[in-house]
Design a protein around this ligand. Structure first.
Ligand SMILES: [Zn+2]
Length: 168
């Protein structure tokens, strides 16, 4: 997973891993074996997980099954994400501000041995739109048991992005 540090933030935000995404797109097969079916976006507004922006009309995109986990465990999930299939500008490591206006589930993952999260269920949160998502992420990541958080949409349950402490 790409780690980008910023002097003004103790938290690094992560889109889906660009190297793994490139591998998937080059292979033409997603993480559960579906062919990557790229199409030209006519309307715009798809929530992209490669650069954490919303798509614009004319973008080449695909909906693929992708696991945003850099490790193996029973908690390793695979789900649908929308990504650019070409000309992705990449992600800058900053908080994607449009998520402040979207209800999100924050899931915490622990450190070291297997990064199993059963001991830190108390750090999982439901953060409503406008209720301070950045602050919630920062608070959860101050718990030394937490190594990483994953954010998901509440209704569709799609992976949104991940966050880690920039100094770890
Ligand atoms: Zn992109």
């Amino acid at each position: 997973m790409k780690i980008t540090q910023h002097e003004d933030s103790a938290v690094a935000y992560h889109a889906v891993d660009p190297q793994e995404l490139t591998r998937v797109l080059d292979s033409g097969v997603d993480h559960v074996g579906n062919p990557v079916d790229s199409f030209t976006d006519r309307e715009g507004g798809w929530p992209l997980r490669c650069c954490l922006t919303d798509s614009r009309p004319g973008d080449e995109i695909a909906i693929i099954a992708f696991s945003p986990f850099g490790w193996t465990s029973p908690y390793r999930e695979t789900g649908p994400v929308v990504v650019h299939t070409r000309d992705c500008p990449g992600h800058d490591g900053l908080f994607p501000t449009q998520f402040e206006d979207r209800d999100q589930i924050v899931r915490a993952f622990g450190d070291a041995d297997g990064r199993v999260n059963t001991q830190i269920y108390d750090q999982h949160r439901f953060v409503r739109a406008g209720d301070g998502l950045v602050r919630a992420i920062d608070q959860i990541l101050t718990d030394p048991r937490v190594r990483e958080v994953h954010l998901h949409n509440v209704i569709a349950q799609c992976f949104s992005f991940a966050a880690t402490r920039a100094d770890r």
